[in-house]
Design a protein around this ligand. Structure first.
Ligand code: C2E
Ligand code: MG
Ligand code: MG
Ligand code: MG
Length: 288
């Protein structure tokens, strides 16, 4: 880390990078105890139907309430957890907690007939995909909570499935056969291989935020419009639903609705928040 600056003087090559490395090291070693001590919590962000504006479910987004650093977002610690393997128990905890939450919403809503079962979306990292316990853990978690597989959607990034062989796809296929939805997250950012889509046990495309952002300008970039239009029509012809991420304005929502997208998620509707908030939003929505 230190480089010689001539003579006997030593200088830090990059003090900020060093500070980051120290924090990274500190966070990495603190991860296992954080899980034991219950320092992780989940925020839920509603998924809204673009046609009628109703709340159809929520994505579970994990956060870490660190005793010194305060609330840390997943980008700060998920890569570290993936590196050390802690992502497997952490991911299992997120799944268990979110499915339990989905069950609770259902009970709270009781007689709200207009409200179909709220669906829960949970992110899976590539390491969880290759972990042999994935299918059984998921089955157990759903059974214990009394939640049917159709209420669960697992989000996998496109990049995790690039070049995936059959062994990697097998657990996802089994989950899909059980009725769990599989969504391709951040779609359009990687080397999207559209032909490859047919091979994947996926039923939802989550169009990356970068597309939504390009709908911000008015008029939107005509090439981006064409691309989104093309993706939507291909998706629908393959029986896939399209969800859009990062909708921040009503104009974006309207544009994406016109382009045929099915569901949306973003700050325009709600920021990620505590489970009570999702419950309120869904209930208001169902009762008028
Ligand atoms: P993602 O799955 O693509 O989740 C969407 C991200 O976009 C979330 O960031 C969300 O807070 C943010 N977002 C939502 N609406 C808007 C908007 O209108 N504008 C903008 N600018 N951003 C918006 P977050 O919560 O920081 O999560 C980042 C990523 O961390 C997620 O991206 C996901 O890949 C990963 N992640 C989160 N929770 C988990 C988890 O439990 N397990 C795993 N493996 N990964 C997770
Ligand atoms: Mg996601
Ligand atoms: Mg995403
Ligand atoms: Mg994303």
């Amino acid at each position: 880390r230190a480089k010689s600056a001539g003579g006997n003087r030593f200088e830090l090559a990059d003090p900020e990078a060093d500070a980051r490395a120290i924090t990274r090291h500190g966070l990495t070693t603190a991860l296992p105890t954080a899980l034991e001590r219950g320092e992780f919590f989940i925020e839920y962000q509603p998924l809204v139907h673009l046609g009628d504006g109703s709340v159809r479910g929520a994505e579970a987004l994990v956060r870490w309430l660190h005793p010194q650093h305060g609330v840390l977002g997943p980008d700060r610690f998920i890569p570290l957890a993936e590196h050390t393997g802690l992502i497997v128990p952490l991911g299992r905890w997120v799944l268990e907690e979110s499915v339990r939450q989905a069950r609770e919403w259902r009970e709270l809503h009781g007689g709200a007939e207009a409200l179909g079962p709220l669906r829960i979306n949970v992110n899976l990292s590539p390491c969880q995909l290759t972990h042999p316990g994935l299918v059984q853990d998921t089955v157990d978690i759903l059974e214990r909570a009394g939640v049917e597989p159709h209420a669960l959607c697992l989000e996998v990034t496109e990049s995790a499935l690039i070049g995936a062989d059959d062994d990697l796809l097998k657990p996802l296929r089994r989950l899909a056969e059980m009725g769990v939805d599989i969504a391709l997250d951040d779609f359009g950012t990687g080397y999207s291989n559209l032909a490859n889509l047919r091979r994947l046990p996926v039923s939802i495309l989550k169009l990356d935020r970068s597309f939504t952002q390009s709908m911000q300008q008015f008029p939107a970039d005509p090439v981006d419009l064409k691309i989104v239009e093309g993706i939507v029509s291909l998706a629908h012809s393959l029986d896939l639903a399209v969800t859009v991420e990062g909708v921040e304005t009503g104009a974006q929502a309207e544009q994406l609705r016109t382009l045929g997208c099915d569901t949306a998620q973003g700050w325009y509707y709600a920021r990620p928040g505590p489970p009570e908030r999702l419950h309120e939003l869904a209930l208001v929505d169902a009762t008028g």
